[in-house]
Design a protein around this ligand. Structure first.
Ligand SMILES: NC(=O)c1ccc[n+]([C@@H]2O[C@H](COP(=O)([O-])OP(=O)(O)OC[C@H]3O[C@@H](n4cnc5c(N)ncnc54)[C@H](OP(=O)(O)O)[C@@H]3O)[C@@H](O)[C@H]2O)c1
Length: 354
């Protein structure tokens, strides 16, 4: 099979034999993700490029799609975060200066595959000095951490004030803890014992290390009285922002740890969805709550690129330390999801495609 660039100048043909992809045909557990060797190759359309993937990021949202929690049309190629090199370029993309061979990262559906069609507007050129694995890790978790620490708090927290971040041993919040420090906030992090080594390297002002749930690899949020500790550390003031990707297990702790006019930023549900609660509950502290998502903080190319530029800049300057925890071969697609869902990851989990 052949992908052909649309440009005269780039009439370079890219041989694509046996496109391999991890595909969901029926929703279900991790084994619903099946590796197929003959999935139809994406065709280059105007405005797009074809990326030959080297890595695909594994994110919790991929498990929600696989399970049907966030429904998608079937069948679909899993994943929505990838990194690799440009294999073919449309005329429109060529006009933007994109060339075959450029190292790039992106977030669009269908990254668990050898090749993915990506609109040029979604492409992030990977600068020299940033590895493709780290750049791939950045697209969802890094940019999420960026908007959480720069925008989602609606400036209700100022430099020098306290912020609480749960699960700083995990993917997004390892980035978020470091970025919150770069923004000048004082940071209290929580993490499980098994991830304390990584969490200690992030520069949190206070780290609350929790026992693990027996038989699991994630935090037991009842093993320490987090709210009392937060109030002690903050001299009874509480935190002006709480960044919470854990969800069900931490919602009460998060709201109770807020300062007056603080904001509860509930961005994820690693432990299960946050249950409904009465708005009146916020009256005690005139608190704010937001449930943001990355798409709403990368609304156009300018916003996407400006966030990525700042993150890639910090990486190049050595101000951010990102750990890629594991890279599973794509053939072990199910194992990658099982590992992430067990809460075992200490940073980014990837598939290595080739
Ligand atoms: N809204 C957005 O824009 C956005 C963007 C990215 C991710 N998210 C969401 O945010 C959440 C976290 O994503 P992530 O990429 O940071 O995940 P991750 O790298 O796997 O980190 C999640 C951490 O949560 C902790 N955890 C606590 N209870 C858990 C449980 N029952 N099962 C698994 N982990 C548990 C674990 O750390 P400990 O061992 O320290 O407990 C784990 O390391 C997910 O729900 C994801 O969908 C939202």
């Amino acid at each position: 099979m052949v992908i052909q660039s649309l440009t005269n100048e780039r009439k370079r043909k890219v041989s694509v034999a046996d496109l391999r992809a991890a595909v969901v045909r029926e929703v279900g557990d991790a084994h619903a993700l099946k590796v197929e060797n003959d999935f139809p190759t994406p065709q280059l359309k105007p405005g797009q490029v074809i990326v030959k993937n080297k890595y695909a990021g594994i994110n919790f949202i991929d498990t929600y799609h696989r399970k049907g929690l966030y429904p998608r049309d079937l069948p679909f190629v899993g994943g929505q975060e990838g990194g690799g090199t440009v294999a073919a370029v449309s005329d429109e993309a060529a006009k933007e200066g994109i060339k075959v061979g450029d190292p790039v990262a992106y977030s669009v559906f269908g990254s668990y595959a050898q090749y993915t069609a990506v609109p040029a507007s979604k492409l992030l050129p990977v600068p020299e000095g940033v590895g493709l694995d780290v750049a791939t890790s950045c697209v969802v978790q890094g940019l999420t951490a960026h908007y959480l620490t720069s925008s989602a708090h609606a400036n209700l927290i100022k430099p020098g004030e306290w912020c609480l971040i749960h699960g700083v041993g995990g993917g997004t919040c390892q980035w978020a803890a470091q970025m919150a420090k770069l923004r000048g906030f004082k940071v209290i992090g929580t993490c499980s014992k098994g991830k304390a080594d990584i969490a200690k390297s992030l520069g949190c002002d206070e780290l609350i290390v929790l026992d693990e749930v027996p038989g699991a690899s994630y935090e037991d949020y009842e093993s320490v009285d987090i709210v009392s500790r937060v109030m002690e550390v903050t001299d009874g003031v509480g935190c002006k922002a709480v960044i919470d990707g854990i969800g069900k297990s931490t919602m009460d702790i998060s709201i109770n740890s807020l300062a007056h006019r603080g904001i509860f930023i509930s961005f994820g549900n690693a432990s299960g969805a946050v249950p409904a609660f009465p708005v009146l509950r916020l009256i005690g502290k005139s608190a704010y709550v937001t449930r943001p998502k990355l798409l709403d903080y990368t609304v156009d190319r300018a916003e996407l690129v400006s966030r990525a530029d700042e993150v890639f800049g910090w990486l190049k300057e050595g101000k951010l330390n990102v750990s890629v925890d594991r890279a599973f071969p794509l053939d072990q697609a199910a194992e990658g999801h099982i590992y992430l869902e067990a809460g075992k990851s200490k940073g980014k989990v990837l598939y290595q495609i080739d």
